[in-house]
Design a protein around this ligand. Structure first.
Ligand code: CO
Ligand code: ZN
Length: 333
């Protein structure tokens, strides 16, 4: 899974430009799927059918988003400096000094107007991208070009660090779960969604198309395990998190119960999650059509939305174990 995660995180895919990521996932899932399709928003929908003798299979949709946060060029000045705005939750503090790569392969570094302005707030409208151009005419970036963080994957023991662990770690978990499920009584849809970071847009369209009875989003969650972090119980390395609440969703208690009883029976470590900021595709799935029983399995992650997001390898392995155990048996609610 580490090789796969390295490949996934080093691939370019800001919201709306998930094509390269989709291509990589498609190569992995094609031999494991009964059916694969891509919808109009670019969601990759992978269908694994129930075993032939299964009675009343439940239609279950799992979702992990392919896109990552990024920036978009909004103005090029006479000297070829590129002004930009955010695509999703791109924070100033994490962006200053970063290297970014545009979709045409051009790389740049992010500078700030005047360093004496560096105090508390670091608004990105005081920043620019220097791509090495000296005048507008030789700037290889056009207004409307997207860029994302440029950063290589690295391992620090069991701690894995890369850009876009949010949510390529979830993508890797879904791929490995699909690989691990030999046969299932359920009707499974593994959906790799688009445009989550700009407001869970892909998942809504995908959920409408799939029309599931149960939904599970697989995404990262922030932790409370660093010095002076928010008071939250989630920690790296203590197992996948069963979401109870984030500001966008209250998990369905039946799905929560299914996750917890399965984890306890299979002796898989898990954590209870109440997240104080952010949300996931689960929100969009839950309120699609006439409503869907929805929960979320979250991977604890430090430094979310920075170019060095950190997860723990054991949490990824246990996430695969938990999902595999849940989906391999008939659902009783
Ligand atoms: Co995110
Ligand atoms: Zn995410």
């Amino acid at each position: 899974m580490k090789q796969l995660l390295k490949a996934l995180t080093e691939t370019f895919g800001p919201s709306g430009h998930e094509g390269e990521v989709r291509k990589l996932i498609l190569k992995e899932v094609k031999p494991l799927a009964d059916e694969v399709r891509v919808d109009a928003l670019g969601n990759l929908i992978v269908h694994k059918k129930p075993a032939a003798n299964s009675k009343n299979p439940k239609r279950i949709m799992l979702a992990a988003h392919m896109d990552e946060i990024g920036v978009i060029a909004s103005h090029i000045d006479k000297k070829g400096f590129v002004r930009f705005t955010n695509v999703g939750g791109t924070f100033g503090k994490y962006t200053l000094g970063a290297r970014v790569r545009f979709m045409n392969g051009v790389t740049g570094v992010v500078g700030y107007d005047r360093m004496e302005q560096v105090d508390n707030a670091l608004p990105i409208n005081k920043m620019y991208i220097d791509v090495g151009a000296t005048k507008k005419e030789d700037c290889p970036v056009k207004v409307g070009d997207f860029a994302a963080f440029e950063r290589t994957y690295m391992e620090m023991g069991d701690r894995l660090v890369a850009k876009s662990m949010d949510d390529r770690s979830g993508v890797a978990v879904l791929i490995e779960t699909l690989r691990a499920i030999k046969s299932t009584p359920n009707d499974l849809y593994f959906v790799f969604t688009t445009q989550e970071e700009v407001g869970t847009r892909g998942a809504g369209a995908a959920a409408y198309g799939v029309d599931p009875e149960i939904g599970i989003a697989v995404d990262v969650t922030a932790t409370g395990d660093t010095p002076a972090s928010l008071k939250m119980v989630m920690e790296l390395g203590k197992g996948p998190c069963v979401k109870f609440r984030d500001p966008g969703m209250l998990s369905d208690p039946r799905v929560v119960d299914w996750m917890i009883t399965t984890a306890e029976k299979a002796k898989i470590p898990y954590q209870r999650e109440v997240l104080l900021m952010g949300t996931t595709d689960g929100r969009e799935i839950q309120i699609s059509r006439a409503g869907v029983m929805t929960g979320a399995l979250s991977i604890p992650c430090r430094y979310v939305h920075s170019a060095s997001e950190m997860v723990d390898y054991n949490d990824l392995k246990n996430s695969v174990k938990l999902l595999t155990a849940m989906l391999s048996k008939a659902v009783s609610f």
